[in-house]
Ligand binder design. Structure first.
Ligand SMILES: C[S@@+](CC[C@H](N)C(=O)[O-])C[C@H]1O[C@@H](n2cnc3c(N)ncnc32)[C@H](O)[C@@H]1O
Length: 233
């Protein structure tokens, strides 16, 4: 029986489609490359992880689905497992935005040789977008996926120039102004919720760092509410 993906992984798979080969960095369970090959969305894949336990999980499902000829597993950190130009697309999903940034930065030659990078940072999305811009990548499209009360941001980038017309795009992505994604309201609500947690935890604190964080988060909530009001008009 073919495997079924969660809504988040399904959106990521949709962003990968259209290339011949892909590598899933930090594959864990290996569902994504298995789904992509099983559904003929790519013809070959590399499933890689820095930890042996997850890689063994991936190997198990690859063997169960009889896909070992098309999906190779590799143990190692980030893009160090790949040669430049070896696959068309690289996915880094379900990891922190800072880790994704560091892994791209560690192997710039490999990162640049890809037709596309499909990145799904769990946090620090703005930091990652700023890094992509500074490192000479352009964001070609973005998608949102929802699971319960969480909204996931999926960034598709390739070497090129990024044109940012509003600083809020670093936080909310292109969806902010390109087209009204049906999940944009939910994304803004989620960000407001997370910032409110920061405001609560830093309120009344006397350290300079806490006071700065409180102010930044309070201002950001105001901006997000403003975007929400504009969206609904
Ligand atoms: C939360 S899982 C995400 C799994 C899958 N990509 C997804 O989105 O469902 C993160 C995986 O990244 C792996 N990982 C962490 N640091 C890594 C690194 N430097 N290089 C490769 N994999 C890494 C972990 O071992 C873990 O299996």
């Amino acid at each position: 029986m073919k495997i079924k993906l969660s809504p988040r992984l399904e959106v990521i798979a949709g962003c990968v489609a259209g290339v011949e080969s892909m590598a899933d960095i930090g594959t864990d369970h290996g569902y994504l490359p298995v789904y992509l090959v099983e559904n003929a969305l790519v013809s070959r894949a590399i499933a890689s992880d820095t930890n042996l336990q997850p890689l063994k999980k991936a190997e198990k499902i690859i063997n169960e689905q009889q896909l070992a000829k098309q999906i190779e597993t590799r143990l190692g950190s980030g893009l160090s497992v790949l040669k430049p130009g070896e696959v068309d697309a690289v996915v880094m999903a379900g990891m922190g935005g800072l880790l994704i940034r560091d892994l791209l930065e560690a192997q710039p030659d490999v990162a640049r040789q890809k037709k596309k990078l499909v990145l799904q940072p769990m946090n620090n999305q703005a930091v990652l977008r700023k890094y992509l811009e500074a490192a000479g990548f352009g964001i070609i499209s973005e998608e949102l996926a929802r699971e319960g009360d969480r909204v996931y941001e999926v960034i598709v980038a390739k070497p090129g120039k990024m044109v940012v017309t509003n600083p809020l795009e670093y936080e909310l992505g292109f969806e902010f102004y390109m087209h009204k994604h049906p999940l944009l309201g939910a994304l803004i609500d989620r960000k407001i919720f997370l910032e409110q947690q920061i405001v609560r935890s830093t309120r009344g604190k006397t350290t300079a760092i806490a006071a700065k964080q409180w102010k930044e988060s309070s201002l950001f909530i105001e901006k997000l509410n403003e975007v929400k009001r504009c969206q609904s008009n």
